[in-house]
Design a protein around this ligand. Structure first.
Ligand SMILES: O=C(O)c1ccccc1NCC(=O)[C@H](O)[C@H](O)COP(=O)(O)O
Length: 210
């Protein structure tokens, strides 16, 4: 099965289109106001409207209030919600939507134990832990910390780029890889050439001859 790719932190319709043209299966929209990749509901709608069909749209929140998330869900057609903070499982479930739960790989963290409560998640996204930066840090983490038997499909994130993603795929065989800063020319500005190189590197990671 080819590794799925989510390109996160899309802020402009042309970047969403370029991600889809490069072959991304999903894009991520960051609804966390402190992020350089933050988009409003109106910007998000414009990005979604520009996308071709069959590209999934993931909306990201970081410990957002329930009302804020419900408000956003009413305004933007999202396929999945990604909880990227310390949201407990009941808070992720209460919207009745498919969700991804991000877990941060703090040094020494027991990721299998951290993942256990989210047994109904559509997937578990493992990201680097960087104090004060909930996501999009561009930092990798020690892949040896990834547990062998996660309860849900693994989405690998954290500092991936065209130079390391093939190695990550060969080593961990994740369901999907997730990238943000590794395909940017500046925070929040995606680079079509880097996205193309990233997708090519994913294919190399998937290839039995790679
Ligand atoms: O990208 C952000 O700015 C961001 C802000 C707050 C929460 C999550 C955020 N991004 C989440 C993602 O899924 C990123 O793709 C993931 O953290 C990997 O980012 P990177 O290391 O830059 O590839």
């Amino acid at each position: 099965m080819p590794t799925r790719v989510k390109i996160c932190g899309i802020t402009r319709p042309q970047d969403g289109l370029a991600a889809a043209a490069a072959g991304a299966h999903a894009i991520g929209l960051v609804f966390h106001p402190a992020s350089p990749r933050y988009v409003t509901a109106s910007q998000a709608r414009d990005i979604v409207a520009a996308l071709p069909p069959l590209v999934s749209v993931v909306g990201l929140f970081v410990d957002a209030a329930e009302g804020e998330i419900r408000d956003l869900l009413a305004q933007v057609p999202l396929d999945l919600i990604q909880f990227h903070g310390a949201e407990p499982a009941p808070d992720c479930r209460r919207f009745g939507r498919r969700y991804l739960k991000a877990l941060h790989a703090r040094p020494g963290a027991d990721l299998a134990a951290a993942a256990a409560p989210y047994d109904d998640a559509a997937g578990l996204l493992l990201d680097a832990f960087v104090s004060g930066v909930p996501g999009g840090s561009g930092q990798t983490f020690d892949w040896a910390a990834v547990p062998a038997g996660l309860p849900r499909p693994l989405l690998l994130a954290g500092g991936l780029d065209a130079g390391n993603v093939a190695m990550a795929i060969r080593r961990l065989r994740p369901w999907a890889v997730d990238v943000s800063s590794g395909v940017e020319s500046a925070p929040g500005v995606k680079d079509a050439q880097k996205m193309g190189m990233f997708m090519q590197a994913v294919r190399e990671g998937d290839s039995p001859h790679g």
